[in-house]
Design a protein around this ligand. Sequence first.
Ligand SMILES: Nc1ncnc2c1ncn2[C@@H]1O[C@H](COP(=O)(O)OP(=O)(O)OP(=O)(O)O)[C@@H](O)[C@H]1O
Length: 840
Amino acid sequence: MSVPATPSASRLARPVSFTPSRRPLSTLSVTSDDSSTATSRSSTPSLLGNAKKFKAAISTESKSRLNSKSRPGSPTKDGARPKTPTSRPKTPTSGRPKTPTTPRRGTEEVVVSEMDVSRIDPEEVLVDYQTVELGDISGEIDEALLKDYGADDKVLVSIRIRPTSNPIVWNINDKKIQLDSQAGKSPQEFNFDEILTGSENKPVYNAVARSHVCAAMDGYNSVIFAYGQTASGKTFTLTGDEDQPGIIPRAMKDIFSYIRRTPTREYLLRCSYLEIYNENIHDLLAPPSTSAAQPVQIHGIGPNVVLTPLREEVVTSLKGVREVLQRGEGNRRTASTDWNERSSRSHSVFRVVIESRERGERQDVEASSGRMTPGFRPPTPGGARLQARGGRTVQTSVLSLIDLAGSEKATSDKERTREGKYINTSLLTLGSVIGTLAENSSKGKTDHVPFRNSKLTRMLQPSLSGDARISVVCTINPGKDAVSESTSTLLFAQRIKKVQLNAQKKEVVDTGALLERYRKEIEELKQRLAEREADAPVRSRRLSAREQLDESRAMQDLNARIRQLTNLILTSQTVDESKGDESRPASPTKVDFDMSPYQLQQELLAARRQLDVQSNQILSLEAALLARPVLPPDAPDSDKDKMLSDQAKTIRELEFVINGYEDNLGEPLRQVKEDVEREWSAKLEKETKLREEKEAWADVLVKQLEKEKKTRTKLEEERQALAAFVRKFDALGLGNSIVLPQTKLKPPMPTPGGAAAVFAERQQRQNRIPALQDLDTVTEASPVRFTVSAAAEPSLLEEEWDGMDEASFEIVEKLLSGKGSESPQSPLREVFTEKENVPL
Ligand SMILES: Nc1ncnc2c1ncn2[C@@H]1O[C@H](COP(=O)(O)OP(=O)(O)OP(=O)(O)O)[C@@H](O)[C@H]1O
């Protein structure tokens, strides 16, 4: 379906001033009325001024608040609702440098608000259902229209197509949009949450903004922004005109409607308005001279963004909002360009900080909040203004409504071209940030996101990082002359749809009460610990090992709880004083900058040491986590219980080790340790003695062996001598003729088997000496004694023949030399031969 060139008769019948006069006439079919455009822009807030005043019955609490003399915009005696002050001193128009050709509107009307939040007591300017005027609210919010967009953590992306007199080249089918094939490009189909046409702003507000405004009232940060090429209708969508109020005025009406519908809570509303012009941030609510002299700076690390100095003004009615908007818009830079008579030359951000808490009893509120002594309170930059008291938490959220400058081609004007470059660069950065976030979300990547490349993206970092619910209205010109710009806008819209969000409600707890509770608990714990420590030496003597163990564990628990509470106190104090509505993790350590450098250095060192210890703990916990036994998810409960009790046991044992072995052992366990040591030293002594005995015996054996060896050598020499003698003897043929004198030589009688058998028998006898390996069993008999008895048995090799003396050898000499007998068959030879039983 094609969008009709004239979207609807009723829309075009209205003198809508969407066609700037400086635009080339050839592209226009609906003539515009320049003066009406200017008028409609400049008179935007007036549409809110027609609201009827409503006098609601007010509570005692409200009355007291309203009757407070010190309150700015004090009510009249008839109890009328509080008003945002209107009488302000006029400021000079000089100040922040203006865009040369297009002086900002309204500078002559710029006034300094007395509702600057840093000058008033927040408790005095609360809004509740009784103080809201009926004229300040939209018709009752139709719950049926409130789709809970954003709850699914997706960006709500809508396309708004402005009317044009040019031929339309886009086909729209419900929530799909596709370039007409006639346009000559590949017809890619895009799918969005909403596609809106026409000039009615109400349906646009209902579709793209209302749910996000309500989410902000419910405690979620919400961001709504318009993106698109120049003159495509961003400002028309956000601000609108007299006939068609845009998202901002409608949102403010809905905020008051919401308050009116919520009798249980009271609210503090603060507004700020800024613009980013040529990469400088200007406070649109500050007097221009101040704003020029002191551009707003972005502070903070990572997603923690703090803007200072930025004026915040409390609003208690729609009228107050209107004044703030009027002032801010008057300070905004717009200029006539080739495409838009009043082109926004900057990105503008209108922020409403919404703080709320449950309504309390009057007395309680006054006593706890100090409402009885209203007046100046020291501001807490970036923090919540409302105090959480009496057990009531403060919920804080920010609604940001952003009108981006439109991307554009170079123009004939040098100044516009320069601005255009800044605008295009920051929009390109926004595009690449969104692109990276989308990639990271869809592909599970963690690529670096270039938030810092522009002020716009740096400022949007918390929201784009997932801290807010986001709705984007992408405005396009459907004409043939803007196909490439519209396609690029649709591609941007498609990318941002993929960004993953995770907005959470922000609540500041009643820190005063909580801290008091922590302090009390710490005191009690310290006292209990001191009592136990004092009692410990006496008690430990009476306690069993088990009880001592429990005792030491109880002391450790007490210490741990004290440490934990102390940390909580530090953290809470830091949250209270510096975290404010961002509710971001804060350093648990408070730095006192009045300390000397040396003290600070010591603090730093201590903090580093603690960090080291903690990172070690993390490592060991991670290791334990990795090493944990894995149970299937469907494992029976008994198994899980067992595993848990095993792990608890292991943890207890590890704690033992970690907390100091000696310290935790206690007296009884020390005794066990000494007993074990005694037993083992006795065993060691016995073993040492045994080893010494064995070494002595081994020495004896070695000596014996050496002796045996010597004897063997001697015997061998004897044998060789004898063999030589026998050979000589035989050679002389004296074997048979020798008669040995019976008395002198009595050689042993040959035995069966000869000398070898005798030798073997002796050896056997000797072998009856137990083997070394048997000695272990013969424990009682000392191997030394055994060796001595073995040595008493003469060796065969040492044995000398009876009667064999020097004389005997002489006779043998004679016989061998042939002097005793000539016969070769001498019986002597036989004897000698047989004696040795060895071959000669
Ligand atoms: N949907 C619409 N219906 C009727 N008029 C429209 C619509 N959209 C835009 N216009 C008109 O078109 C003109 C340009 O619109 P607008 O200033 O809102 O564009 P823009 O996107 O904010 O441009 P820039 O980026 O240059 O500031 C205005 O006169 C506006 O009234």
